[in-house]
Design a protein around this ligand. Sequence first.
Ligand code: NAP
Ligand code: ZN
Length: 353
Amino acid sequence: MYKAKAYSAASATSPLAFDSIPRRDTTDRDVQIEILFCGICHSDLHTVRNEWSSIMPTVYPVVPGHEIVGRVTKVGAAVTRFKAGELVGVGCLVDSDHTCPNCKDDLEQLCPNQTLTFNSPDKHNTAPVTYGGYSESIVVDEHFVVRVPTNLSLAGVAPLLCAGITTYSPMRRWGNLTGKKVGVAGLGGLGHMGVKFAKAFGAHVVVFTTSPGKKEDALRLGADEVIISTNPDEMQQHAGSFDFILDTIAVDHDINAYINMLGRDGNITLVGAPETPLQVSSFGLLLGRRSLSGSIIGGLKETQEMLDFCGEHNITADVEVIPIQKVNEAYERLVRSDVKYRFSIDMASLKSQ
Ligand code: NAP
Ligand code: ZN
């Protein structure tokens, strides 16, 4: 075991602060990674503030961070896919059982025995729970490590490990989006990646936003049209016309307003995870034979596929790079939807502390 510098929160109401955390020594199957950048996902904030207490209560201290990009510093004797010096990524998962039907189908994100990158019981007993990427280093089983394309800016690659795969996976699953009318609700970290992927997949992309100030950006990011979702007239003009909508909204909202945007057999997939349950009117789904689904990140094989796709198509997240010392300010801004469009923490800032 060794000690690594990190930022942790001691309770749901404490700010994140400097900490020193245990990391395990590399076992045969492990890759030790020096973390270069870590994105700030809204899930970090939900967890730090214990907003998901009914589903997965937060164990404190919590070290968030699951959009990790770094350089391999050491590998275990049995590691075959990586060597020291290579650029790699780690997302939301660091372990699964490898034997369940989901794992066998490369869907580790659905494994009932998965270990999340932070706030999951630590099977290695290094600490009560796993600690995430707001840290100078991490040690991860090589199965959960992915290769990062070398042609992309690393600060903008980090968010692909969660925001990227979470939006890529449900769109791929929905099928060929070429020429389809695809909506993305919420232009935040996930939403802006959803726009980029939908555009790359050849869809007619429409952004639903509550922030009129994001309209120009939405068009620049690849949207063909922008709807201010708080304007009933604009919403009404598009009623019943969408094939697919990806809902990335992080707070409670009227899902029925978006369901009513779908055409016949249209689907709305939730990736946003608000603290409180959404109220769904059956009629919105019945009339039009529409469907409502959910999706969570993606498996390791698909995460690698997504990263390779991003390398080929030059896709990264639009990031505001911050030092770790600004993380609490960044959380306040994230709550106000005041980030374009993902914070990426430069972990070099942790070295001086
Ligand atoms: P984010 O950057 O905060 O983006 C959320 C967006 O929601 C905001 O930018 C805003 O967009 C919109 N929004 C905010 N308040 C709203 C309101 N009152 N009504 C309607 N829209 C509102 O968050 P994120 O990191 O993208 O994460 C989004 C959600 O996905 C979170 O709940 C997160 O936990 C969840 N998540 C799920 C997965 C998964 O695997 N399913 C993975 C990662 C994250 P506008 O300003 O454009 O309205
Ligand atoms: Zn995330």
